[in-house]
Ligand binder design. Structure first.
Ligand code: ZN
Length: 330
C-alpha cells in the first residue's frame, strides 16, 4: 500500500485526493491535488507535475488523460505520482506566481518549510512526492506562437545528466541544455532533483491559459514513451521525428528591438534562419521602416510575440541557437 497524506492506494489501484499545505488569511485551506496510479507490479516511481506556474495549464489535461484514460494500474509496473496543479493559488489568480507572496514556485532550493505559503507548498511537493520518486518530468508551457521544447540543466553526476537528457529526448522536441546560471536555474526543481540523484527535465508545451489539443496529444505520446523507456508499461518507444528542430541546443537568444512601432514578420515558429537573415521589420504608423530585425545566428525560431505592436526594448523573437556544445557546467 502507498499512503501519501490521507490518500491510500493498494497495488493495481488509481486514487486521487488533496494534500494539505496551509491556510489563507480567511481560513481557507490550501491543498495540492494528487493522482496516485499504483501499478500491480513493482517498478520505479515517476513524478509528473503541472502548473507550478499558474498560467501553464496544458499539463492538467495531459495528466487527466494519462491517469484516468491511458494507463490502467493493473498493467502498470511501478507508480505514477501526478500533480495536475502544483500551484493552486497562482492558477486561481491566473498569475505566474501566487499573489500572497510573489515567490516563484520553481525555485525550490533553500526554502523554509515554515515560511510563506509558496514555500509551504514547495515543502509538501518535495517531502511528500519528490523524495519518493525516481524520475521527474516537470511540465510547463509557453505562448502558443512557438514550438515545444524540453530543458535539462548540467549536473555533476554524469549518469543523472545522461538519463535526464534521455527523458527529455523522448518527447521529440528540441532539448535545451541551459546553464545553471541562466534564469536562476541553479535553484530550480529539476536542478534540485538532479542533485538528489533523480533524473529530471522540464517539458514546455504550447498554450498559456489555453489548452491546445495537438500539443496535449504530443505530450501524452511523450509521457507514454517515458513509461515505456522505464519499462513501466509494455511496448516499444516511438519518438516522433516530425519536429524539424529536434536536437540539443545550448541556449536561447532573445532579439531585442530598439524602435517602437508595428512589427511585420517574414518568419514563423519552427523556421530555420541563417545568420544575417532579415526576419522582419518594425515600421512607424506611416509605413517608414525604423528597423530591420536581423538574426545574429544560425537558429530555429522558438517563439514570436503574440502582440505585434512593439515597444522599444521589447524582445520580439526567441531563437534556439545552433552551435557546438560547450562545457555548460558553471
Ligand atoms: Zn513555467
Amino acid at each position: 500500500m502507498i499512503k501519501i497524506g490521507n490518500i491510500s492506494t493498494n497495488a493495481g489501484e488509481l486514487k486521487w485526493g488533496n494534500l494539505h499545505c496551509g491556510f489563507l488569511a480567511n481560513g481557507q485551506a490550501v491543498q495540492i491535488p494528487l493522482f496516485i496510479v499504483h501499478g500491480s507490479k513493482p517498478g520505479p516511481t515517476l513524478f509528473l507535475n503541472g502548473v507550478i506556474h499558474g498560467r501553464e495549464i496544458p499539463a492538467i489535461e495531459i495528466l487527466r488523460k494519462i491517469c484516468r484514460e491511458e494507463i490502467n494500474p493493473q498493467n502498470l509496473s511501478g507508480t505514477i505520482l501526478a500533480v495536475p496543479i502544483c500551484n493552486p493559488l497562482a492558477f486561481e489568480a491566473v498569475e505566474h506566481h501566487a499573489l500572497q507572496d510573489d515567490k516563484n514556485m520553481n525555485m525550490v532550493r533553500g526554502i523554509n518549510p515554515k515560511g510563506s505559503i509558496t514555500e509551504k507548498m514547495i515543502h509538501v511537493l518535495l517531502s511528500e512526492i519528490l523524495f519518493r520518486s525516481d524520475y521527474l518530468i516537470d511540465m510547463h508551457s509557453n505562448y502558443h506562437l512557438g514550438i515545444e521544447f524540453s530543458v535539462v540543466t548540467p549536473c555533476r553526476n554524469k549518469a543523472v545528466l545522461e538519463r535526464s537528457l534521455k527523458l527529455a529526448d523522448l518527447f521529440g522536441y528540441p532539448v535545451v541544455e541551459l546553464k545553471r546560471s541562466q534564469f536562476g536555474f541553479e535553484n530550480s526543481l529539476i536542478a534540485y532533483a538532479q542533485d538528489k540523484g533523480i533524473p529530471a527535465c522540464i517539458v514546455e508545451f504550447l498554450g498559456t491559459n489555453i489548452i491546445i489539443k495537438k500539443s496535449v496529444e504530443s505530450g501524452i505520446l511523450g509521457v507514454k514513451n517515458v513509461l515505456r523507456h522505464l519499462k513501466m508499461i509494455p511496448g516499444p518507444v516511438h519518438v516522433s521525428k516530425d519536429n524539424p528542430a529536434q536536437g540539443i541546443y545550448c541556449y536561447f537568444y532573445n532579439i531585442l528591438v530598439e524602435n517602437a512601432g508595428i512589427l511585420t514578420l517574414d518568419v514563423k515558429p519552427g523556421d530555420l534562419v541563417k545568420k544575417g537573415q532579415t526576419l522582419g521589420v518594425v515600421r512607424d504608423a506611416f509605413g517608414n521602416i525604423l528597423e530591420n530585425i536581423i538574426s545574429p545566428y544560425l537558429a530555429y525560431i522558438r517563439n514570436i510575440p503574440v502582440i505585434h505592436k512593439i515597444n522599444s526594448g521589447m524582445s520580439p523573437l526567441v531563437l534556439l541557437v545552433i552551435e557546438p556544445k560547450k562545457n555548460l557546467w558553471k
